[in-house]
Design a protein around this ligand. Structure first.
Ligand code: IPE
Ligand code: IPE
Ligand code: MG
Length: 243
């Protein structure tokens, strides 16, 4: 699998990334700049998600992973956290029919137990409803933190070792315990809003990803911006440790 993927994104040949992951940052600043509450920025951000999701298949992207809420984002005000949870709930409810029709398979990564049971139920329902879709694989990271995921995966692996299911653990044994178990690694990670950090997003899976940091705030990020970044990806020389 790894060798095949490397071949599929051979260096400098204009290849398109098949799996793009996005840290959708800058909603708050976008709203504050206009004198509006931060939640207005989050609502605009959710509209952008719909547009970007629709654009992906035509841009040759067949896996899209988006960072919606981190394990650290609970530090924000109760109003902002509850407002974000409401946006997620509405997004799933309203997009369910459209996504099924457009061939989008939706999945979630991150710890679910801390989320409202109603939201958890909606997440499970849309995952089941879209499980047969193949046009675009959309993974949404909610209450996701890379360190938290690695800790949960390590615990699961330890259980497998104790049960005698795994003897000498390999990288693929740990990968199989991650939330992303049956998903390919991202080829490209994009962060909007000008911050040049990864904020606990996919540290295991993005070990060999290419990174793009753009100053554009997420509510201003259009399919054209994405297309330009994808064109640039084709100029990169990915060596995976070789020469
Ligand atoms: C990203 O936008 C969305 C979430 C983290 C939920 P921010 O809310 O972080 O926006 P800024 O960084 O404050 O502008
Ligand atoms: C990362 O953005 C999390 C999401 C985009 C969901 P943050 O705005 O929370 O990250 P920091 O605080 O700037 O590192
Ligand atoms: Mg931010």
């Amino acid at each position: 699998m790894a060798a095949a993927r490397e071949a599929a994104v051979a260096s400098g040949d204009g290849a398109r990334p098949r799996h793009v992951a996005i840290i959708m940052d800058g909603n708050g600043r976008w709203a504050t700049e206009r004198g509006w509450p931060r939640l207005v920025g989050h609502r605009r951000g959710a509209e952008r998600v719909k547009q970007i999701v629709r654009a992906c298949p035509d841009l040759g992207v067949d896996w899209l992973t988006i960072y919606a809420f981190s394990t650290e984002n609970w530090k924000r005000s109760t109003e902002e956290v509850l407002g974000l949870m409401k946006i997620f709930r509405r997004y799933i409810e309203r997009e369910a029919v459209g996504m099924s029709a457009e061939g989008v398979r939706m999945r979630f990564i991150g710890g679910r137990e801390r989320l409202d049971p109603k939201l958890q139920a909606l997440m499970a329902a849309i995952e089941a409803r879209t499980a047969g879709n193949t046009r675009l694989n959309l993974t949404v990271a909610i209450n996701y933190g890379g360190r938290d995921e690695i800790l949960r995966a390590s615990t699961r692996l330890a259980e497998k070792i104790a049960a005698g299911e795994v003897a000498q653990p390999s990288e693929s044994d740990l990968a199989a315990c991650m939330d992303t178990a049956d998903q390919p690694d991202p080829d490209l990670v994009i962060r909007t809003s000008g911050e040049t950090r990864t904020s606990n997003f996919l540290p295991w899976q993005a070990a060999y990803a290419e990174y793009e940091f753009t100053p554009t705030l997420w509510p201003d990020f259009t399919p054209d911006h994405l297309s330009t970044i994808l064109d640039r990806f084709g100029m990169r020389d990915r060596r995976f440790g070789g020469v």
